[in-house]
Design a protein around this ligand. Sequence first.
Ligand SMILES: NC(=O)c1ccc[n+]([C@@H]2O[C@H](COP(=O)([O-])OP(=O)(O)OC[C@H]3O[C@@H](n4cnc5c(N)ncnc54)[C@H](O)[C@@H]3O)[C@@H](O)[C@H]2O)c1
Length: 311
Amino acid sequence: MRFLITGGAGFLGTALSNRLASLGHHVTVLDDCSAGDPAHLLPDVQFNKGSVSDKTLLWTLLQDIDCVFHLAARISVPESILFPSGYNHVNVTGTVTLMEAVRDTGVKRIVLASSGAIYGDQTENPYQETFSVKPRSPYAVSKLAAEHYVRTIGYQNGVQAVCLRIFNAYGPGQRIPPSHPPIIPSYLKQALTNSSIIIHGSGKQTRDYIYVDDVVNAMVTAATADGVDQEVINIGSGVETSVLELVRLVRQVTGRKPEEIYNPHKSEGTSRMCADISEAYEKLNFLPMVPLETGLRLTMEKDPLLKQFQS
Ligand SMILES: NC(=O)c1ccc[n+]([C@@H]2O[C@H](COP(=O)([O-])OP(=O)(O)OC[C@H]3O[C@@H](n4cnc5c(N)ncnc54)[C@H](O)[C@@H]3O)[C@@H](O)[C@H]2O)c1
């Protein structure tokens, strides 16, 4: 098959592009390199630097494409609170522009990397796709708007649309920006460098951590599965893990004893969060294969930056 992957030089995009290329598919990537780096893409992957807002470029790249994976986005919740219009521009207007080009070029299916952040704080756990959503940040709003645009423009134009609400993905290759880094690579780095781990709030808040290979499995299946048009599907591990438990596992896999610093003034965010993955099993035959402890070990062993800190 012929795939276009927007954001294909990012953390999830690189893993997806390389998997599809290894399976013998023709893979084209579009990424503006604002956060991604094409250095880790396999040579078979055709890389193009550019924006999802460039409709002329999209028209060219979308010729003869069977399926688009739309991953290009700005992804930081705290940053989105500071720059909502920038997030709206890339995550919403960028998605609408892409959908116009998809409509014009006869693409058959689009798979959107949506987010579990859309749910906000729910009273019941695990989160089901039928829950009414309560987005709590411009990032979450932008992903929800992207879902609606992908499904609506897809429906009107005979393009099959699948939205995967990914929970907290982690694994090798995830960037560690200096401000607001994702928790797993950041905690691993802090432990391996004998630095302190900062725990926001009580540490009792829970999240659903899913290893990158499991996310990629779900995405690859979503490209060809029957009966998924217009579906919104949670992709998580189905396991709820507190920050305190995560810290315990990080200590165990690294063999280090980082100092724990509690910051009670910083909001711990949503109190409980776990994906109900029964829909994913039913529609995509999806079963997560990598438990958190194994995933943490794999991340430590395979991540180019974290590898340097082990000796
Ligand atoms: N990683 C997670 O835990 C997670 C969870 C839920 C949803 N998602 C979604 O999955 C997707 C990929 O996330 P990721 O963690 O790999 O993030 P990432 O930042 O590593 O990847 C996003 C990529 O999009 C590119 N990009 C940004 N703006 C662009 C534009 N205008 N045109 C072209 N490319 C652009 C960036 O350069 C980057 O390579 C995002 O849409 C994100 O919202 C990720």
